[in-house]
Design a protein around this ligand. Structure first.
Ligand code: ATP
Length: 301
């Protein structure tokens, strides 16, 4: 389930902004970031190791009495693509939304256990969720550009942060659009409404908007599921490129997509149980769990 309707000024949408200098997270906290996990990616990147940037420990999430995540412990490496797959309702989006505390916006949601980003529990009392969301951007299933120009969409986060005076805004907008593989298509029409772009272009614009403020992590909740195959292919290529610079965590229903673009894959099954989490090649070619094999081979789900 994707919450793609949220688009506000407080850093909880695709325009989330990053301001590492002023955020309230203390990277010098618990040194969990020093844990190395070895990554044998099946994607195009080499099998380099990535430091743990996000780690859940015995995480439980409830919506009132419904348990959506059940005792999930996993470590997500920096600058890799980590995919979350599993049947509908198994808790993938819930887990994703815990990472930048989007579930705070759901009154019935209750979280137990730990969710660490950069070594610090994001649910500690002194953590500012808005500052957290500046470092952990999000891209939703349906592109949600603001009803503004292409330029203003990309510049939005920097302006909200008051950083537009510090940086060369034109340059930052161009660079973000280039990194989102959209510059060549829009460079002559930056004043045009973002809403006039195609769905695939809008999604790349949302990615440009998210990366303009230089987050550490980009969460993506089925970012290509509303797009046609060509637009999907462009987004997939882009995701692989983004992982050179950012940590990408993606929820996808599309197992082929997970196999194509991710380095690590987490398989959730009914009841919010993380059944297996491993290198993507292992999950798809030689999973340990019979249940995962049955799911991957389409025997259920
Ligand atoms: N805001 C909410 N309030 C109450 N229950 C919720 C809420 N969001 C999700 N749930 C429930 O939590 C469980 C996990 O939902 P979630 O959306 O995380 O699963 P998912 O694996 O992402 O599903 P899908 O693949 O269909 O998007 C489901 O039973 C769902 O109905």
């Amino acid at each position: 389930m994707s919450n793609n309707e949220i688009a506000t000024d407080d850093g909880i949408d695709g325009a989330t902004t990053t301001d590492t200098a002023s955020n309230t997270l203390d990277p010098s906290g618990d040194p969990l970031v020093d844990h190395d996990i070895s990554v044998e990616g099946s994607g195009s990147r080499s099998a380099s190791s990535g430091k743990t940037v996000i780690e859940s420990r015995n995480l439980d999430v409830y919506y009132d009495d419904l348990q959506a995540i059940d005792d999930v412990s996993m470590a997500i490496p920096a600058r890799q693509v980590t995919a979350m797959i599993g049947p509908s309702g198994c808790g993938k989006s819930t887990f994703l939304r815990c990472i930048n505390r989007m579930n705070d916006l759901v009154d019935s949601a209750r979280i137990e256990g730990e969710l660490r980003f950069d070594g610090q529990d994001v649910y500690e009392q002194d953590i500012d969720p808005v500052a957290l969301r500046r470092r952990i951007g999000m891209v939703f299933q349906h592109p949600n550009p603001f009803p503004k120009s292409i330029y203003d969409n990309v510049a939005y986060g920097l302006r909200v942060q008051g950083r537009d005076g510090e940086v060369d805004l034109d340059q930052q907008v161009e660079e973000s659009l280039r990194r989102a593989a959209l510059w060549d298509e829009v460079k002559d029409q930056l004043d045009k409404s973002a809403l006039d772009l195609s769905g695939g272009q809008q999604q790349r614009l949302c990615i440009a908007r998210a990366i303009a403020v230089d987050p550490d992590v980009i969460l993506m909740d089925e970012p290509a599921s509303a797009l046609d195959p060509i637009a999907t292919s462009k987004i997939e290529d882009l995701i692989e490129e983004l992982a050179e610079e950012f940590t990408v965590v993606i929820v996808t229903h599309n197992m082929q997509q997970a196999a194509r673009i991710s380095d690590r894959t987490a398989v959730f099954l009914t009841g919010g149980e993380l059944v297996e989490y491993d290198d993507t090649g292992t999950i798809f070619e030689n999973p340990e769990s019979q249940r995962v094999e049955d799911y991957i081979t389409g025997k259920f789900g």
